[in-house]
Design a protein around this ligand. Structure first.
Ligand code: HEM
Length: 446
């Protein structure tokens, strides 16, 4: 009896606590909406909180954000459990806020959320750290490490072609069979990053050595005082590079498998420009169809759907509205990359949309290209963009030079449907669901 009384007392206590918490939250919301004037538009009703909870659980927040973008226009402001969040629903508004001199420094920090604290090694990594003097140096260091400029390009080509030789030999034994091609690609991508991390011209030592060397230079004492900086640097380099590139390379081959006419056009371009020799990065500028294919893949799969999580370090007055200090900023590229008002038939893979009437690549300032921001923008935009694009170019060119990519014989073809909320695709960096295909050695004529 006492037990029952105790249990019912506990549940009454629980119900009362929940009711109290909800009342406090309602008062907070009401006060906030009353005191902060001129907030950007967005839903302010109770149902929004439940909708967000449900979408968070089902990992469909990007879909809810689309619903709001359609209703509220370029900006959607919401409050969720005390947190202020602003979605930027067009590339143009994102540019105006994140890249303009008036606000870019006020929007250069990432918010402190639990996963970021863990991944950030107490704010010492490359992705989540505050944008301060040390962070600026780390971004510069990042470019040195990649060695992608000057002589680095040649080195990069050698590293990729070396790894591709290994991959091709590995693939030979599976020709004309249904294989999980994505597995081999994913492993190759990791290997390419690893090799670059250990490559120093004429000095066979690793990137860790490079970081330790830098510690002794003036202005880099913080590296020596705290070894976590070097560890966090290496970790963020590996993860920020790997998951994004994996989704892109696996995604491009899934598209090619589903759109054989695109594959054929790419092969014609490769045969014409590269022929039988090894491809070089400088070929890229003579291969508009390949460039358009890579851009279209980045648009279609948009693997970082609410990219560029930032926080607002001061109140910002923007276009007659107030963006309050502490607001989390999300670039809603999942919406604007698939907005049918900008991209006709947005869920279809159509590289041609980025070509002009003569087959040339549309210039970067063309409205269609300006509507894309797969690598973010502003002070925290992706520093690996050139590296990523170069890698996809080398992978696709080398493989299509040698192989036709055909559907599997014994299984159904996995569709290039990036709208599907498949459980393997979910996550902050969306992945491509596993697929099988057949590689058939090309019979080239002429
Ligand atoms: C197709 C592949 C890739 C995509 C789509 C991509 C996308 C992004 C995006 C959207 C951001 C956030 C940008 C922002 O806040 O405005 C980012 C940040 C970052 N990316 Fe990438 N990325 C890719 C490949 C890479 C590669 C290959 C590397 C490294 C070699 C890399 C390193 C980083 C780093 C270090 C950051 C954090 C920068 C900062 O916070 O200052 N990414 N990336």
């Amino acid at each position: 009896m006492v037990e029952i009384l105790f249990q019912s007392g506990t549940s009454t206590y629980l119900i009362l606590s929940v009711l109290l918490a909800l009342t406090v939250y309602a008062i907070f919301l009401w006060l906030f909406n009353k005191t902060v004037k001129n907030l950007p538009p967005g839903p302010r009703d109770w149902a929004t909180t439940w909708k967000i909870m449900k979408a968070t659980k089902e990992q469909t927040m990007h879909e809810l954000a689309i619903e709001w973008a359609r209703r509220y226009g370029p900006l959607t402001f919401i409050t969720y459990l005390g947190q202020k969040i602003l979605y930027l629903n067009s590339a143009d508004i994102t540019r105006q806020l994140l890249a303009s001199d008036e606000s870019k420094f006020l929007l250069a920090d990432r918010p402190e959320i639990t996963p970021s604290k863990l991944a950030a090694y107490n704010g010492k990594d490359l992705v989540f750290s505050k944008y301060d003097a040390i962070m600026k140096k780390k971004r510069r260091l990042f470019h040195n490490v990649l060695h992608l400029y000057g002589d680095g390009i040649e080195k990069f080509e050698n590293v990729v072609s070396g790894e591709m030789d290994r991959l091709m030999t590995e693939l030979e034994q599976f020709e004309n069979q249904d294989i999980e091609f994505w597995r081999y690609l994913a492993r190759s991508l990791k290997i390419v990053i690893y090799i670059l991390r250990t490559w120093v011209p004429d000095k066979p030592r690793g990137i860790a050595d490079l970081l330790f060397d830098i510690e002794n230079k003036p202005g880099y004492q913080w590296m020596e005082e705290d070894s976590q900086h070097a560890i966090a640097f290496l970790m963020s380099l590996f993860w920020s590079a790997h998951l994004t590139s994996r989704a892109t390379v696996l995604g491009v081959f899934l598209c090619l498998l589903n759109y054989p006419a695109v594959t054929k056009k790419l092969q014609e371009e490769i045969d014409h420009i590269v022929g039988d020799r090894l491809p070089k990065l400088e070929d890229k500028s003579n291969m508009p169809y390949m460039e358009a294919t890579i851009i279209e893949t980045l648009r279609l799969i948009s693997q970082v759907p609410a990219c560029g999580l930032r926080t607002c370090s001061e109140n910002i007055n923007f276009d007659g509205m107030t963006i309050p200090k502490g607001t989390r900023i999300m670039i809603n590229n999942w919406f604007f990359h698939h907005n049918e008002d900008i991209f006709e038939d947005p869920w279809t893979f159509k590289p041609e949309r980025f070509l002009d009437d003569n087959g040339g690549l549309l210039p970067p300032d063309h409205p269609l290209r300006k509507s894309l921001l797969p690598f973010g923008i502003g002070l925290r935009s992706c520093p690996g963009e050139i590296f990523a694009r170069s890698r996809v170019f080398m992978f696709v060119t080398l493989i299509l030079q040698k192989y036709d990519i055909l559907p599997p014989v014994n299984e159904k073809l996995v569709l290039a449907d990036f709208q599907a909320n498949h459980e393997d695709a979910r996550g902050f960096i969306r992945q491509v669901q596993p697929y099988k295909c057949r590689l058939q050695r090309r019979q080239r004529t002429g």
